[in-house]
Design a protein around this ligand. Sequence first.
Ligand code: SF4
Length: 265
Amino acid sequence: MRPIRVKMQMIFQDPHNSLNPRRTVGNLIAQPLQIAGYDKAAIAARVAELMGQVGLPPDAAARYPHEFSGGQRQRIGIARALALKPKLVICDEPVSALDVSIRAQVINLLQDLSDQLGVSYLFISHDLTMVQHIANRLIVMYLGRIVETGSAETIWKHPAHPYTQALLAAAPVADLHVMRSRSRFVLEGDLPSPTNLPEGCAFSTRCPFATDLCRQERPILRPMGEGRQSACHYDLVDQLGGAANKSISSFDRKSEGKYKVGARA
Ligand code: SF4
């Protein structure tokens, strides 16, 4: 595992608690390099390089995390994660604990670093607008299960799974005309306990299209074209709040024939 760990690093959600307050910034960034066996001169040079890459001032190395703002602390976390030149960085809601005005700066920094260093991110987020901005591919999860996966562009324009459609319908849009033209859809029903999921589709307690089949049989991920997969028994692309902006009333719930169009084999 150890050689692989070097290639995979992590940026944590909370920049306040994820940094040891007893260590200086230089020491925090140097720690992965020390563990990897770098010599002192190489560590000093790499720490200075990383601080420059993430936009920290040179005198930051001798200071402590509590002397920095939330955004700067997250820059320290990013520098630490990049110290060993990983191929993949898992970003666990890296900006959700930050002030809204700082989020764009950190996201832009992550994008610039990805372009410069060729590092890939596995980005975990609840912020759909930001996800659409930063991601090439999306994986949408509901209660620990993947419900839809595909290119960000395809899913954003034409969501296939009803849960994805409900999420996108609720996402804020800057353009007032687009916002007004969207159908309004609010998820109803109880969220099942993650430790006691329904027998069939986990989303069946809240899905407006749920049928007996949904309540009995768990849908598996199946191809939906354009490199996309959806874990739904039916083809329901754009039925709720998607690009087509069809309202729920336009979907004939009583027509089993309509449900079955393109249904799984
Ligand atoms: S399988 Fe049924 S309950 Fe689940 S998302 Fe599809 S239509 Fe809704």
